[in-house]
Design a protein around this ligand. Sequence first.
Ligand code: VG1
Ligand code: CO
Length: 553
Amino acid sequence: MNIVSVPVTPFAGQRPGTSGLRKKVAEFRQAGYVEAFIQSLFDALPEVAGGSVAGRTLVLGGDGRFFNDCAIQTIIRVAAANGVGRLIVGRGGLLSTPAASVLIRERGAFGGIVLSASHNPGGPDGDFGIKYNVANGGPAPERVTEAVFRRSQSISAYLTLDTADVPLDRVGAARLGVTEIEVIDPVADYARLMERIFDFDRLRDLLRGGFRLRFDAMNAVTGPYAREIFECRLGAASGTAVNAEPLPDFGARHPDPNPLHAADLIAAMAVPGAPDFGAASDGDGDRNMVVVGSAAIGGGMIGPSDSLAILAANAHLIPWFRDGLPGVARSMPTSRALDRVADALGIPCFETPTGWKYFGNLLDAGRIALCGEESAGTSSNHVREKDGVWAVLFWLNVIAVRGEPAAAIVADHWRRFGRDFYRRHDYEAIDSEAAKRLIGTLRRRLRELPGTRVDGFEIETADDFAYTDPIDGSVAEHQGIRLGFSNGSRIVYRLSGTGTEGATLRMYFERHEADASRHGLSAAAALGSLAAAAAELAAIKAITGRSEPTVVM
Ligand code: VG1
Ligand code: CO
């Protein structure tokens, strides 16, 4: 077995600040592409992550999507050729994003590589992705992604081994050159941590006592986690986890847990005799959707921003948070329901740019212990990623302790804090130039917008969100246009950083409603006129040619 150095031409790898390299499978399948990206990463790390990977431990796994099996073998060869000391690899090449984060932290690894394009579709014509996480278990911060990007533009060769594939189908150890390869059960470490966070005795009583859960793994990575934790360890009926076999094409579905792509879960929760609680996770297991069937709150998905606020208000019921929360955080477009809870608890609530990496410093410094995003990501200081299965266990633990159905807990929360009606409209795959023009135009109008009346209320504040990290002072600018209204409503416009086709414009709307008699309204009814006004204000139709959003959630 020889180390070979293969020449490559420089390329534009992961754009700085994006959560991993996410592209069409076809791009990743080009000869030497994965190798060149991994070599760029390894070359960049000494400068920005405190040393080279030689002799160090890395965690490696992915969400099982098409090309996971090829890419992982390629990465193993490049890692071994670069002298990585130990590779901890999930059996079958599988690891959910939060489980990788757990392993990096618990095994004291130097970092980890996760193969996933998250909730994007898979298959030969779908998307693939490679994310790098640093030693705290969290996504690489911008100084790392920047260095990797720079290196990809000057790289001239990568190192690899001329050797056969390493079998990954069984737990065990192997050696490749100087590298120890440890194939582990992808679920075990994660499940053990969950047992320390939640009250498993109470959860067992709940799930054996007739409470019925439906967990839809969307044919993605959480299937094995859900089976082991809900069915084996907690005694939920077999079949609680549905679509629980990770498939390379996700069963031709789009593994995005929202009412559009998980419509069959919403439907299964709406029939007579439906389960008590429904949940789904995305491709790599970091997102969560929670669903109730009850007409009392309009039925369907519990909005992620509401879910985050409700978990914060009930955190003290969970063993892990017995002593309360030091502080919480939400991404900027997430509704301000969380802020109301933080106020009531007398703790700080931080507002960060979109993307999980911005929570890392606050979590590491102990300033916050719970955080989330409107895009169905919730998590805590137990890892440095969002965590889908954890969020479902959190809800179940709260339900078990309060002895109330989820819908009653939601309604009670709204009575106490008021309801923050919330919606997001996405315009996917629009022309990139048009998208830039749209945001640019809004940015230029920021000074003239205050005082304008929209939807019957006056715009009071208008800005382009900039964030200064309170721990390391780093600044992130141009994180989205925020419009604040005299009645407390808000509109946010920003461009997605995760799409692989053209640009995606996201618009977010929210309005607080204190009057409980109006909490039963649908979000569409409560926000319809604000949404129409927001589209008008940004001239969406004129600039993009679109009259309707692609996704409404
Ligand atoms: C989206 C979400 C954001 C999330 C990111 C990664 O980003 O809005 O909240 O952190 O996806 O999630 P954007 O830039 O497309 O809006 V995942 O499950 O893909 O790690
Ligand atoms: Co994800």
